[in-house]
Ligand binder design. Structure first.
Ligand code: CTP
Length: 390
């Protein structure tokens, strides 16, 4: 996962590098964001060294960074604030964004946020702090600690920041990463079927939906094998392994090899149904007025093959239809032994190939049906992942 660690100005900030180190050791990619006061307790150099990335602490450091809270929000799958002072808790509870970290926290409203409060026990007991904590909990922000013990001010009581290992365990527990022990296969993009050295039969699929699905699965904690046909898209996520293929037969080989190790598969690729019987090893010459006939041979149906192989796995297909949408999609659901099928209608504006939006109907083997409004492909991907894994 990609995790942003936010550090605020309390004595426990000296434990933040250890937290970052544990997350990196567990295979996560980490970037740090700190308040100005945090840097009184822990240095920029330490945080940049343990995370391996520049620190984010100044909203206006330069023009490029003035929207860094948005790019960090897009980059991160989760934000952990440790330590979280009474001040940052109060700011978020009241929608105040007056520095880099508080701005990032508001931008993170749709993604998992975990806070490890740390403060003096009297401050912790203050009704304002308790009210703010309840507000944040109500919004789904997870609180880890504080623990009881010796405090920096010399007294004993509740207010110590939980140990970094406890924060890591709590943050990565199943409720935040419901798919953390799972591996998923996703197919994406078009396939190209070679005619000769310079030509192919292809289609307009961009791969955007499949890439968004891989990202949504990884955000929920899964390892993802993304088998994609030719696309300009790129993805750089520690839990997404990209396998680039060209033809339907190559996609078939990669998908059937990966599937037995997977908890489930979502096949969103626009696979060519046929390939030319012969692929010339030179550039074919034009054949004159009488035209030209290409002999085509059927490709293997990857989805139907996985439907035949499947044991306990969840199998999800796509159906891009132009007419008799529901009937056709329902037919594919049954014929290919699927658990769910995601139907796009080319009659819906904003749905289908190339665009950034989509509108889908998810039909399930248990007879249920969920329709989405027109949403970004990222949002549709989250809806699909939530539906098929709940
Ligand atoms: N699919 C596949 N392998 C193929 C063809 C399709 O895995 N050779 C998958 C697609 O990735 C998609 C689903 O099957 O998840 C439906 O694809 P679609 O082209 O709509 O269905 P077909 O079964 O090819 O039916 P038709 O072309 O007759 O509509």
């Amino acid at each position: 996962m990609r995790i942003v660690v936010g550090i605020t100005g309390g004595i426990a900030a000296y434990k933040a590098p250890e937290l970052v180190r544990l997350l990196v050791k567990a295979g996560h990619e980490v970037r740090c964001a700190a308040t100005e006061h945090a840097l009184e307790f822990v240095t920029r150099v330490t945080l940049e060294t343990v995370s391996g990335h520049p620190l984010y602490c100044d909203l206006f450091a330069n023009n490029e960074r003035s929207t860094q809270h948005i790019s960090l929000k897009d980059w991160g799958d989760m934000l952990i604030v440790a330590p979280a002072t009474a001040n940052i808790i109060g700011k978020v509870a009241n929608g105040i964004a007056d520095d880099a970290l508080s701005t990032l926290l508001l931008a993170f409203s749709q993604k998992p946020v975990v806070m490890a409060p740390a403060m003096n026990s009297l401050m912790w007991a203050h009704p304002a702090v308790q009210r703010n904590i309840e507000t944040l909990r109500g919004w789904g922000i997870r609180m880890v600690g504080p623990a009881e013990g010796e405090l920096a001010c010399g007294t004993d009581g509740i207010g110590r920041m939980s140990e970094p290992s406890e924060i890591v365990d709590a943050a990565l527990s199943s409720s935040h990463c419901p798919l953390s022990t799972q591996k998923w296969l996703v197919t994406a993009g078009p396939t190209y079927e070679r005619i000769d050295r310079v030509r192919f039969i292809g289609n307009y699929s961009s791969g955007k939906m499949g890439f968004a699905l891989a990202e949504a699965l990884a955000e929920a904690g899964a390892e993802v094998e993304l088998v994609t046909g030719p696309t300009h898209l790129d993805i750089n996520h520690p839990h997404i392994h990209v396998v680039r293929v060209e033809s339907a037969r190559e996609m078939y080989a990669a998908a059937t090899e990966a599937f037995p190790q997977c908890t489930g598969a979502i096949l969103s690729a626009a696979v060519a149904d046929y390939h030319p019987a012969e692929c010339a090893d030179h550039k074919l010459k034009k054949q004159g007025d009488e035209g030209m006939t290409l002999q085509l041979v059927q490709n293997p149906d990857i989805l139907a093959t996985l439907g035949g192989m499947k044991q306990q796995q969840t199998l999800v297909g796509f159906a891009l239809e132009t007419d008799h949408e529901l009937e056709n999609a329902q037919g594919k659901l049954q014929r290919k032994h699927l658990d769910h099928i995601v139907m796009n209608s080319l009659r819906d504006e904003g749905a289908g190939f190339g665009v950034d939006t989509n509108k889908v109907t998810i039909l399930s083997a248990d007879g249920s049906r969920k329709e989405s409004p027109l949403m970004s492909k990222k949002e549709v991907a989250r809806l699909i992942v939530n539906t098929i894994t709940s």
